[in-house]
Ligand binder design. Structure first.
Ligand code: NAD
Ligand code: IPM
Ligand code: MN
Length: 594
């Protein structure tokens, strides 16, 4: 049994912590969770954001999970103190900085991973106890400091009282343990490059000192390529070519800034996890803060906290549930139907956490294989899936059904719905769409209204409900309206036509769960609909794995040809070399030896 101090903290901290712990509950792990207090309320009421009882709790537990803490600047900190504590000389020191320094948690490990497309995977390891955060930050200089800066013309013009100074402390003790951690981390996580981020062209002496320590350490790690880059250049390359990085080691403040940038590259602060690690202690927290403007609204993305929990489980040597948890977060992120506003969705904190818990349940149960194939198909272009179906002599394209939301793509098991026209004599609405309440999560709704473009069977209200229910997309053999809202919701909608005319008193529900025939394609419940900008097609359930295999090979072959053409090869030669005649064959995408 491992014990974890849970400190939910301020703002959105408690919401994301509760949501993540609900997911952890479903894993049934041997964890003893012990709750404690930290943060702004402790400061206001007790004049101490990390009360003594919290230090004690940290001392008694194996690690700590922290939500987020509000840290306000000097003036607000004084003003918000309880009246009897004001003017007593209490000073607010950021609680997270206190934890890091007092517990000697010198490595702040912040992975930056492309969750969905896996284009990049690097980790910022930030020095966490010294550098510009060492605590030497003063306004009004004593003689000792004044002697250091007095020759500077601006200091002369201002005088000691009107000058302020922050010192960047770098010690061999601090640098050596951080570099050792960085190299170990690179090796144990399979990274082959370590980039030291600094500013050697300006901070010439301290940077040179760090460089010397790096060179000593690097000599013992010939398997890891090392480099020193200027921090400004790293900011550029992190945006332009994030895939070039492995481990980045950085001074405290540089690492603070770069890890928020990394979070941006990942898709936002709602996704970025972190761990603060020392030789005898640790605590884990999302990179984001307490986001007070969003607190209490069930809007915050819980994924950063869920990935933080996974990082904590790794540290507690529970890697199996950690990997499952990460995979479940990836699946929910990739599907995009149940995500928070920052990822383009409309779901709340709790709903997203439930979806992640749902994925974990699926991956534990025996039904994981069929959903696996849906996820594989979801990552493929319909063009490649169509080629793969062709190669098997199976038709699949839903003729005349076009993409209505640019860029939207989805795959899911068909939930079929059949409509029939009603006699216009009766004016009442028929509530034909009430079936939507019972569509299972992960379905792709296929509605057959005989290809009618005379009235609609889908609009903004159904879109919202579908998104809330985790429906992956809708293909209408019929028409839709409210396209602006549906596009704003980024909902994958495909239809024969678009019109404004309501279907409310023009159609009624004839059946759900029956085969539907669209053009020359029969859609059976449970077949897999795959759809993107090209349109929608149907993969018969029994061919799904073979189609995914073949389509993946098609994409590999085409990628290899495109790359070869980019390097100047003729198209005919590239196609011959990579076996374009049958791109779905095993062995395609390898250059033929002929
Ligand atoms: P912040 O990280 O709290 O929020 C910045 C913005 O990022 C938010 O407005 C929001 O748009 C977005 N965001 C953050 N978390 C999100 C989530 N889970 N889902 C979706 N969007 C999210 O940074 P801030 O506004 O600069 O700071 C607010 C407070 O938090 C300050 O008091 C600051 O000192 C503190 N802070 C604490 C920590 C920590 O506890 N480790 C870290 C950073 C900031
Ligand atoms: C972080 C935060 C903290 C920091 C603040 C809240 C003191 O921004 O964890 O990145 O600057 O280290
Ligand atoms: Mn920060």
């Amino acid at each position: 049994m491992k014990s974890v101090a849970v400190l939910p903290g301020d703002g959105i901290g408690p919401e994301v912590t509760t949501a993540a712990l609900d997911v952890v509950d479903t894993l049934g792990l041997p964890l003893d969770l012990r709750f404690g207090e930290i943060g702004w309320e402790c400061w206001r009421q007790e004049g101490n954001p990390v009360p003594q009882r919290t230090w004690k709790l940290l001392d008694e537990t194996d690690t700590c999970l922290l939500g987020a803490i509000t840290s306000k600047p000097l003036r607000e900190a004084e003003a918000e103190l309880a009246p009897e504590l004001r003017g007593t000389g209490l000073t607010f020191v950021s609680p997270v900085v206190q934890l890091r320094q007092r517990l000697s948690l010198y490595a702040n490990v912040r992975p930056v991973i492309d969750l969905v497309d896996r284009r990049f995977d690097f980790t910022v390891i930030r020095e966490n106890t010294e550098g510009l955060y060492a605590g030497f930050d003063v306004h009004g200089l004593d003689d000792a400091l004044w002697n250091v800066v007095r020759e500077h013309p601006n200091a002369q013009a201002s005088g000691p009282e009107a000058s302020s100074v922050t010192l960047r402390l770098q010690t061999e003790f601090g640098m050596d343990r951080l570099l050792a951690y960085g190299f170990d981390y690179a090796r144990s996580h399979g990274y082959t490059r370590l980039t030291l981020v600094d500013k050697p062209n300006v901070l010439r002496h301290s940077s040179n000192h760090l460089r010397e320590r790096l060179e000593l350490r690097a000599a013992a790690h010939p398997d890891i390529e090392t480099e020193i880059l200027n921090v400004d250049a790293v900011a550029l390359w992190m945006v332009r070519r994030p895939e070039r990085f492995g481990v980045l080691v950085a001074e405290n403040m540089f690492g603070d800034i770069l890890s928020d940038l990394g979070a941006g590259v990942m898709g936002g602060l709602g996704l970025a996890p972190s761990g603060n690690i020392g030789d005898r202690g640790s605590y884990f927290e999302p990179v984001h803060g307490s986001a007070p403007g969003m607190a209490g609204q069930d809007r915050a993305n819980p994924m950063a906290m869920l990935l933080t929990v996974a990082q904590m489980l790794d540290h507690l040597e529970l890697p199996v549930p950690a990997d499952d948890l990460r995979a479940a977060v990836r699946t929910v992120a990739a599907r995009r139907t149940t995500v928070t506003y920052d990822m383009g969705g409309t779901s709340g904190t709790r709903r997203v956490a439930q979806a992640v818990a749902g994925e974990l349940a699926v991956s534990e149960g025996e039904s994981s294989a069929p959903d696996d194939v849906v996820d594989r198909l979801a990552r493929l272009d319909t063009a490649s899936v169509s080629d793969a179906l062709d190669s098997l002599g199976v038709g699949g394209g839903l003729a005349g059904i076009a993409a209505r939301v640019p860029g939207a793509r989805a795959a899911g098991r068909a939930f079929t719905v059949t409509y029939r026209p009603v006699d216009g004599a009766e004016p009442g609405f028929r509530n034909a769409a009430n079936y939507l309440d019972d569509v299972p999560e992960g379905s792709f709704v296929v509605v057959d209204n005989a290809g009618s473009t005379a009235c609609t069977n889908w609009g903004s209200l159904l879109t919202r409900l579908a998104q809330r229910r985790g429906v992956r997309g809708t293909a209408l053999h019929g028409s839709a309206r409210d396209l602006a809202e549906i596009r704003a919701a980024a909902y994958p909608l495909f239809s024969t036509g678009v019109t404004m005319v309501s279907g409310k008193n023009r159609v009624e529900l004839a059946a759900t769960g029956q085969d539907v025939i669209i053009g020359d394609v029969t859609v059976r419940p449970g077949d897999i609909v795959v759809a993107d900008d090209n349109g929608a097609l149907v993969v018969p359930a029994e061919h799904a794995t073979e189609v995914a295999d073949r389509a993946e090979r098609v994409e590999r072959t085409e990628g290899a040809i495109a790359e070869a053409v980019d390097t100047g090869l003729r198209l005919d030669e590239a196609r011959r070399r990579f076996g374009y005649a049958k791109p779905w064959d095993d062995g395609a995408a390898q250059p033929s030896r002929a």
